[in-house]
Design a protein around this ligand. Structure first.
Ligand SMILES: Cc1cc2nc3c(=O)[nH]c(=O)nc-3n(C[C@H](O)[C@H](O)[C@H](O)COP(=O)(O)OP(=O)(O)OC[C@H]3O[C@@H](n4cnc5c(N)ncnc54)[C@H](O)[C@@H]3O)c2cc1C
Ligand SMILES: *[C@@H]1O[C@H](CO)[C@@H](O)[C@H](O)[C@H]1NC(C)=O
Ligand SMILES: *[C@@H]1O[C@H](CO)[C@@H](O)[C@H](O)[C@H]1NC(C)=O
Ligand SMILES: *[C@@H]1O[C@H](CO)[C@@H](O)[C@H](O)[C@H]1NC(C)=O
Ligand SMILES: *[C@@H]1O[C@H](CO)[C@@H](O)[C@H](O)[C@H]1NC(C)=O
Length: 540
């Protein structure tokens, strides 16, 4: 035994050392920063790295994009780090380090997610937010009719940059001008020109993404299946979009807009019955949506419902009046209702900015809709809702303090694109989409309002699409279900995921599962409603 004592001493030393090593685990802030520095071809400045130690700048950056204030405040789970990459190698390093250190990352572009999954994790801590706010370059090429746009840019900035170069080019995407194109296009992207040109995802030519191994891939390198999946399959599942190459569309020098409101006393219900029939069939150049709100009655003693028809027509006033006279004379549109303007001014109009607002608002990333406490849901309608259905809807609608609905017409180009051309499946046969929301004040009990919108959603069941009841992934709704058990997903979890997955994507969900399993089998890119891989590591 004596002779082995030097060995024993060594063994004891080694054991003690390893115990010490295990006892000292550096905080994630340190290890992640070190890992980034080692794995990035571009130096990582401390000014791109925010931890709770940078208290006020950390909180103001984290909350800067919040739309739904339900996801702000001390009770909401916070990331340990926010990293704002300054170049593509930074994004690659973030993915590599997420894998190496086995730490969860979330990706944020514009931060408009309705359930905040880009910066709040309800299923896993710690987590790190990779915020692309500083990757917002836009390079417009008018002769080629294309643009490369980095993911952190907003749709408003893209509109502005295109219009700066040409008055007769545009791009079909969202109406609100502060949406990040990283999340927006990968979820589809609907807007005022969809009946003419389809959605944003239909008009993408190429993309640069960082995949789950930290490689940068363009369309040719990623292959057509993955390129298909990122054009409508929802953000945060397949990789980090660095930039999109978009195909610009032609817009006329002069477009026409109008707004006409009708209350129920002014035959609002009859008009809306008619709108359901005609709006999806009107000239492709005409987009005529309806915003529905409560309003005081004429005598001021009770509330009624007001339906506000707002339109963008890609053509002149004279032409528009003819189209409306043929297709929807019941609205009684007059020449005085119509405003001829440029396409870029129509963007501000449709986004509800006051008509005195300058175009600069688009570059300053200022929203016409201030953040607030709200909950939203969506439905798709394939058969017009009958009068009895509308009357019941008005009754329920007026039970709530600040309810809102937006009815968006489909048809036109949307009708001519196949359901499986992209993961966004809401095409042929969709008459219109309904967006529902309710909002409330800070100190109110949210459950009352959350319950109201659930009752409304139940009421609408018989009148909207079914088997599946379709939903839009960009109007994310965690009531439809969520991933809870990602480390140890069972067949049961997959069945649960297919409940919300088929609502968002119909049969395309199954192809998304396949693509996900191939490109990210370890589920590096995950959140409450990310596409799960068919086999998660650790599953037996
Ligand atoms: C006020 C308001 C108005 C809206 N109006 C419209 C509209 O007119 N039309 C419409 O279609 N939608 C509209 N939306 C919905 C909007 O399209 C979605 O919320 C969209 O996902 C927002 O993208 P984002 O980058 O701003 O959001 P984020 O919250 O940053 O991201 C949304 C999702 O995409 C993921 N993601 C973000 N960036 C990337 C990236 N670079 N690569 C991969 N995944 C990423 C996130 O992880 C998250 O899962 C509106 C939303 C709001 C709040
Ligand atoms: C955070 O704090 C550290 C240490 O005080 C500082 O070096 C760094 O620049 C700060 N980061 C930001 C983004 O302000
Ligand atoms: C006020 O108008 C509403 C709807 O127009 C009507 O139902 C109600 O009876 C009116 N109230 C009074 C006091 O006139
Ligand atoms: C803005 O709208 C008001 C009222 O509708 C109108 O009188 C005014 O001329 C408009 N201003 C501009 C700059 O279009
Ligand atoms: C995985 O799930 C099964 C069944 O729910 C459970 O028995 C098991 O303990 C889980 N394993 C881990 C590592 O969580």
């Amino acid at each position: 035994m004596e002779s082995s004592s030097p060995m024993r001493l060594l063994l004891v030393l080694v054991l003690q050392l390893s115990v010490q090593l295990r006892a000292y685990t550096a905080p994630i802030e340190e290890t992640f920063f070190r890992c980034l520095s080692v794995n990035s071809k571009l130096a990582i400045p401390l000014s791109s790295y925010y931890t709770p130690n940078n208290a006020s700048s950390f909180t103001s950056l984290l909350d800067s994009t919040a739309q739904s204030l339900r996801y702000v405040g001390p009770k909401v789970p916070k990331p340990d780090i926010i990293f704002t990459p300054l170049g593509e190698p930074h994004v690659q390093a973030a993915v590599i380090c997420s894998r190496r250190l086995n730490v969860h990352i979330r990706v944020r572009s514009g931060g408009h997610d309705y359930e905040a999954v880009s910066y709040v994790s309800q299923i896993e801590t710690p987590f790190i937010v990779i915020d692309l706010v500083r990757l917002r370059g836009i390079d417009v090429d008018i002769p080629r009719k294309t643009a490369w746009v980095q993911a952190g840019a907003t749709d408003g900035e893209v509109y502005y940059k295109i219009a700066e170069r040409s008055k007769v080019h545009g791009f079909p995407m969202g109406v609100c001008t502060t949406i990040g194109i990283g999340g927006h296009i990968t979820g589809g992207g609907i807007g005022s020109m969809m009946r003419k040109f389809g959605i944003a995802a239909d008009n993408v030519l190429d993309a640069r993404i960082v995949d789950s191994k930290g490689r940068i891939l363009n369309r040719a390198a990623m292959g057509e299946d993955l390129f298909w999946a990122i054009r409508g399959g929802g953000g945060g599942s397949f990789g980090i979009i660095l930039a999109w190459r978009i195909k610009l569309v032609n817009v006329p020098q002069t477009v026409t807009v109008f707004t006409v409101s009708k209350t129920l006393d002014q035959d609002g219900t009859k008009l809306l019955l008619r709108w359901q029939e005609v709006a999806p069939k009107l000239d492709d150049n005409l987009f005529l949506n309806v915003a529905i709100r409560p309003a005081p009655t004429g005598n001021g003693t009770s509330r009624t419902v007001t339906t506000t028809y707002r339109a963008l027509f890609l053509g002149s006033r004279t032409h528009l009046l003819k189209v409306m006279e043929e297709g929807f004379p019941e609205l009684g549109l007059t020449s005085q209702d119509c405003i001829e303007t440029s396409w870029i001014e129509s963007v501000l109009y449709m986004a509800l900015f006051p008509n005195t607002t300058g175009l600069e608002v688009l570059r300053q990333v200022i929203s016409s809709i201030p953040p607030g406490y709200f909950k939203a849901k969506a439905d798709f309608v394939r058969v017009p809702i009958p009068e009895s259905g509308l009357n019941g809807l008005w009754k329920l609608f007026l039970e709530e303090e600040s309810p809102f609905m937006q009815w968006t017409p489909y048809g036109g180009m949307m009708e001519r694109i196949f359901e499986d051309a992209t993961p966004f499946p809401h095409r042929r046969g969709i008459l219109f989409e309904i967006f529902y929301s309710t909002s409330w004040q800070k100190d109110e009990d949210p459950s009352k309002h959350m319950n109201w919108i659930k009752r409304l959603y139940n009421y609408m069941g018989p009148y909207v699409s079914s088997s599946p009841r379709e939903a839009y992934v960009n109007y994310r709704d965690l009531d439809l279900g969520m991933n809870r058990n990602w480390k140890n997903a069972t067949d049961y979890d997959l069945i649960e995921a297919s409940a919300w997955g088929t609502k968002y994507f119909k049969r395309n969900f199954y192809k998304l599962l396949e693509v996900k399993s191939r490109v990210d089998p370890d589920n590096i890119f995950r959140h409450e409603q990310s596409i799960p891989p068919l086999l998660v590591k650790g599953q037996t």
